[in-house]
Design a binder for this molecule. Structure first.
Ligand code: ZN
Ligand code: ZN
Length: 256
């Protein structure tokens, strides 16, 4: 099925259209052998609150972005290579149901589908793509993933020292464990090449762990505290109106 789709004109046109919708803000998506498996809007748990995001599942990558104009224009494209992706069902959070976690070395987050059926379909298709890729390449799945950030709303105080957050005592996220901590408890920086070029903020607990685990062998990655700009908002996005009344669509009708 995937092989047949890979060579089909319909598949080529679909991918080309997605590329067009991202315009210059995105990377070229049309590469030989690539197949669009499915697409749809999922609610992504972002730092401040849940937001709708357009997702495209291709046979080797998961692409997502903000919806500027529904089905016409997207921006802020992110690409996750499925070889390194793992997923896991997630419990409901109030009104948010049918969720699962997506883990990867560069980004990890929680998404929610509109219905239980869509969740099942998404998860089955993602897992199938990951499996097929690993089988084909003979690789074992990467265990290195970055943490899912705990949403700001779940922490009114630093998760290490318990000092309440205020306008002055701002929230920060540890890039190792995803906890919400104050500046005093996260003065250290550590290099995570998969997440960013610049050394990233880590909490004191994680710093101790990282330091002891790489002690003699790899002191290179230790980075002393610096004054690099840490906007700490890398996951934040513009607020954009969207309508997500349409269902997810999958092009490979076969169920496993
Ligand atoms: Zn603290
Ligand atoms: Zn930490």
């Amino acid at each position: 099925m995937a092989e047949r789709l890979a060579n089909s004109e319909a598949n080529r046109k679909r991918i080309q259209y997605i590329e067009q919708c991202f315009g210059n803000s995105g990377e070229p998506l049309l590469v030989p052998g690539r197949v669009l498996v499915g697409e749809g809007v999922l609610t992504k748990l972002c730092r401040k609150k849940p937001k709708p995001r357009q997702f495209f599942l291709l046979n080797d990558v998961l692409v997502y972005g903000n919806v500027v104009i529904n089905k016409k224009k997207y921006n802020r494209q992110k690409i996750l290579h499925l070889e390194n992706v793992r997923i896991q069902s997630h419990h409901d959070i109030g009104e948010l149901k049918n969720g699962w976690q997506i883990f990867s070395p560069s980004k990890s987050f929680v998404v929610f589908a509109a219905t239980a059926t869509e969740k099942t379909e998404w998860m089955a298709h993602i897992n199938k793509c990951v499996q097929d890729l690993l089988t084909k390449s003979g690789k074992t799945p990467s265990l290195e993933t970055c943490p899912v950030w705990i949403p700001d709303s779940e922490a009114n105080a630093c998760m290490i020292c318990n000092t309440p957050f205020t306008i002055l005592n701002r929230r920060h996220h540890c890039r190792k464990c995803g906890k919400v901590v104050c500046d005093d408890c996260s003065k250290q920086r550590w290099s995570f090449p998969q997440q960013a070029k610049q050394p990233q903020r880590v909490c004191d607990n994680c710093f101790k762990e990282l330091e002891s685990s790489t002690h003699a062998a790899n002191s290179m990655s230790r980075v002393p505290q610096n004054d690099s700009d840490d906007s700490d908002d890398s996951d934040e996005d513009d607020e954009l109106p969207t309508s997500n009344d349409d269902e997810a669509q999958f092009y490979d009708g076969r169920r496993n």
